[in-house]
Design a protein around this ligand. Structure first.
Ligand code: M1P
Length: 248
């Protein structure tokens, strides 16, 4: 099959190409390399660049994919070159950012959990990542929190609290992974990355796992510029790619 230059496939990373917070398998890597001979391939993760590298191919990730969009595309690379970087504080102002951080720390101080570790607020380029168990938790503590969250909806309740206290015209709160909430200015969701590709490609396929309302893949999945697919992990992603390739 000749490479279709007018088609790009964009993939969420965590839960789509890899199991949650795990490294891509050699088999999946080979699958992606083969796909790159057929269409242009890009990654669009909610995580920051270093976490995407940890899960994919290290620093080589930016060389190995035509587009790499970290933090929803708020940090963007094309063919290994940085082409865009947003700055949360420049956009929102120090006062609003601090007000949000203070509120979230106060809220988290009222929540008791089986384990609490460090880094409850991770400050990124274009977003904040709020994590009640603390990002320095072990994998076991991560899984323990995730199980509890599925029963008690801890993060969903936090999101509801944020929505009551902060305007949704200014801030968006989305559940991206297992233990945290991504917070960024409204509109800076994964649709943000489409500005870099919408005029270059006729067809944009997007595959992600958190495509339900409130998940961090929802907006890009639902956007009229993309053909969206919902996966539940790497094996399903492979099947969806075959399905999508047959249609483009
Ligand atoms: O799946 C993408 C998410 O990955 C991490 O989520 P968690 O640590 O909660 O499993 C975070 O990097 C998050 O920002 C990101 O959206």
């Amino acid at each position: 099959m000749a490479k279709k230059d007018e088609v790009i496939f964009l993939f969420d990373v965590d839960g789509t190409l890899t199991e949650p917070r795990k490294v891509i398998t050699p088999d999946m890597l080979a699958f992606m390399n083969d796909l790159k001979t057929k269409v242009t391939v890009g990654l669009v993760g909610g995580s920051d660049f270093s976490k995407i590298c940890e899960q994919m191919e290290g620093e080589d990730t930016i060389k190995n994919y035509e587009y790499v969009f970290a933090e929803n595309g708020l940090v963007a690379y094309k063919a290994g070159e940085l082409i865009g970087k947003e700055n949360l504080v420049h956009f929102m102002g120090e006062e609003k950012v601090q007000k949000f951080i203070n509120h979230s720390l106060q809220l988290m101080s009222t929540i008791s959990l089986p384990a609490k570790r460090g880094t409850f607020v991770e400050f990124r380029n274009g977003m904040l990542n709020i994590c009640p168990v603390g990002r320095s938790c072990t994998r076991e503590e991560r899984n323990q929190f995730s199980e509890l969250d599925q029963k008690e909806h801890i993060r969903q309740k936090m999101v509801e609290n944020f929505k009551k206290n902060f305007s949704e015209d200014e801030w968006a709160f989305v559940i991206g992974g297992q233990i945290s909430i991504d917070v960024f200015p409204t509109g800076w969701d994964k649709r943000y990355c489409l500005r870099y590709v919408e005029n270059q490609f006729k067809t944009i396929v997007f595959i992600g796992d958190k495509t339900y309302k409130g998940g961090n893949d929802h907006e890009i999945f639902d956007d009229s510029r993309t053909i969206g697919y919902t996966t539940d992990g790497p094996e399903t992603t492979k099947k969806l790619v075959a399905e999508a390739l047959a249609k483009v």
